[in-house]
Design a binder for this molecule. Structure first.
Ligand code: SF4
Length: 226
């Protein structure tokens, strides 16, 4: 069976820095917005990246048996809402995972004027929506969102007990290294991105890695954090 193929920027299986518990993250390629200071500018262009079917992605994201939730970011997840909703359905046929979705759009707009027909389906599958554009001047260094204008909507009761402080928790990030690539995962604390890029550049210079190779700093949980 084939579904709505997704244009995927990156995935990370089994992280603890992007929501409650152990989660897998899917970043989509492409965003119609252009927030100043976006932390993932390489993922803004709507260019072909990795094309993958929902079923294939669900299997990949659940490969770690500890994974209890999925987190979607990008790029703009709502631009590929139909495919992401299919990923959730395929994953939940195997395991009752929770879903956190970042978006640069406001929830009210998504409900009143959804940018595509898949948005309603993805919202129906989402437990926590973190909405709004990233505003660098409002980045207060706290929480699972990039700036204080972004709101955390508990769309279901799954995390309503307040056990996970989405808005006030200290930020955490991890660096996943795979061959010549390094991925910064998480909503980074202030100063971490600059330090990470500096460290990557220093290592590349020491190893004489050509600058034309993909830069390693893609993959941070940017925006929406926006
Ligand atoms: S911060 Fe998020 S919404 Fe804004 S341009 Fe970057 S990916 Fe798009």
């Amino acid at each position: 069976m084939t579904g709505t193929a997704l244009n995927v920027a990156a995935t990370r299986v089994g992280t603890e820095v992007l929501g409650p518990g152990v989660r897998s993250v899917l970043w989509v390629q492409g965003c119609p917005l252009s927030c100043a200071g976006c932390m993932a500018p390489d993922w803004i262009p709507f260019r072909p990246a990795r094309s993958a079917e929902p079923l294939e992605l669900a299997e990949e994201l659940l490969a770690d048996p500890r994974v209890e939730g999925l987190t979607f970011s990008g790029g703009e997840p709502m631009a590929q809402a139909a495919g992401l909703a299919e990923v959730v359905r395929a994953a939940r046929a195997v395991r009752d995972v929770s879903v956190i979705c970042f978006t640069g759009h406001r929830l009210e707009r998504l409900r009143s004027r959804p940018p595509n027909p898949g948005v309603r389906r993805l919202l129906d599958e989402t437990d926590v929506l973190i909405d709004g554009p990233y505003v660098a001047a409002l980045d207060d260094g706290r929480g699972l969102r990039g700036s204080s204008n972004q709101r955390v909507h508990l769309l279901t009761a799954r995390y309503a007990d307040g056990g996970y402080d989405f808005e006030g928790r200290p930020r955490a990030a991890e660096i996943a290294v795979s061959g010549p690539e390094a991925l910064l995962v998480g909503v980074p604390p202030p100063g971490l991105i600059g330090a990470f890029d500096h460290a990557v550049d220093a290592v590349r210079a020491r190893l004489a890695v050509p600058a034309a190779l993909p830069h390693a700093s893609e993959g941070r949980e940017p925006h929406h954090e926006r």
